[in-house]
Write a protein that binds this ligand. Structure first.
Ligand code: PGA
Length: 244
């Protein structure tokens, strides 16, 4: 089995002190790739103090290359700071900033062109799950990323059911596994050439307690962790659980 990928998404949380605490408390695991995505203002400090012990990521990127886009940050700037991965299409970006699949695709291509890995986030709402539309929704979100998926760079897909994010109500391992299998099928249809190289992560209320159950399934090739990644001990427990 390939190395698992554990990504911390701090969202709009944390501080310089938390960056230092995280780095001091970090212990690597041999079969796990770890990436920490703090708020972008902390990335410079994090790359300095992490000194390569884990990867550094960002939570969003501009869809534009450069220019008059006040407040935005370009993929090239991120790569220059040593970032290796960028989240695109997180459900909070989609819902709070109106990001469409087309915006997400543009962002993903910028990340790839800058030599970094886009972590493309997909997932259904509670209403979509309850009306039996979950698979169709996720399929459509992935098909909309065909240009990225066929680019040939390193990519991860994060399946994050919207109803499980920040709610303390994780999808069950079996629900996650079923969707990961469906995602693998869609990837295979979109790009038989690159599908097998794409890691599929689960996200949504992952913590130190439920990580082991999730990782008992080979389909769960990593996790995207929000709230629990702000707690150094919880995050360490998740990394340990992934190290199998
Ligand atoms: P959560 O967030 O772990 O706090 O549910 C996950 C995410 O939104 O990436």
């Amino acid at each position: 089995m390939r190395k698992r990928l554990v990504i911390a998404n701090w969202k709009m949380n944390g501080s310089l002190a938390l960056v230092d605490e995280m780095v001091a408390g970090f212990s690597a695991a041999s079969h796990v790739d770890v990436i920490v995505a703090p708020p972008s203002v902390y990335v410079f400090h994090l790359t300095e103090v992490a000194a390569g012990s884990f990867g550094v990521g960002l939570q969003d990127v501009s869809q534009f290359e450069s220019g008059a886009h006040t407040g935005d940050l370009s993929a090239a700037m991120m790569a220059e700071l040593g970032a290796t991965a960028v989240l695109v299409g997180h459900s909070e970006r989609r819902s709070e900033h109106g990001e469409t699949d087309a915006t997400v695709a543009a962002k993903g291509l910028r990340v790839l062109a800058a030599g970094m890995m886009p972590v493309i986030c997909v997932g259904e709402s509670l209403a979509e799950r309850e009306s039996g539309q979950a698979e169709a929704k996720v399929r459509a979100q992935i098909e909309a990323q065909a240009d990225c998926l066929r680019f040939g760079g390193e990519i991860a897909i994060a399946y994050e059911p919207v109803w499980a994010i920040g709610t303390g109500k994780s999808a069950s391992a079996l629900e996650a596994v079923a969707m990961h299998r469906e995602i693998r099928r869609v990837l295979q249809e979109v790009t038989a050439e690159y599908a097998q190289g794409i890691r599929i992560l689960y996200g949504g209320s992952v913590n130190g307690e439920n990580a082991a159950e999730l990782f008992s399934h080979d389909e769960i090739e990593g996790v995207l962790v929000g709230g629990a990644s702000l707690d150094t001990e919880q995050f360490a427990a998740i990394i340990r659980a992934a190290d199998v």
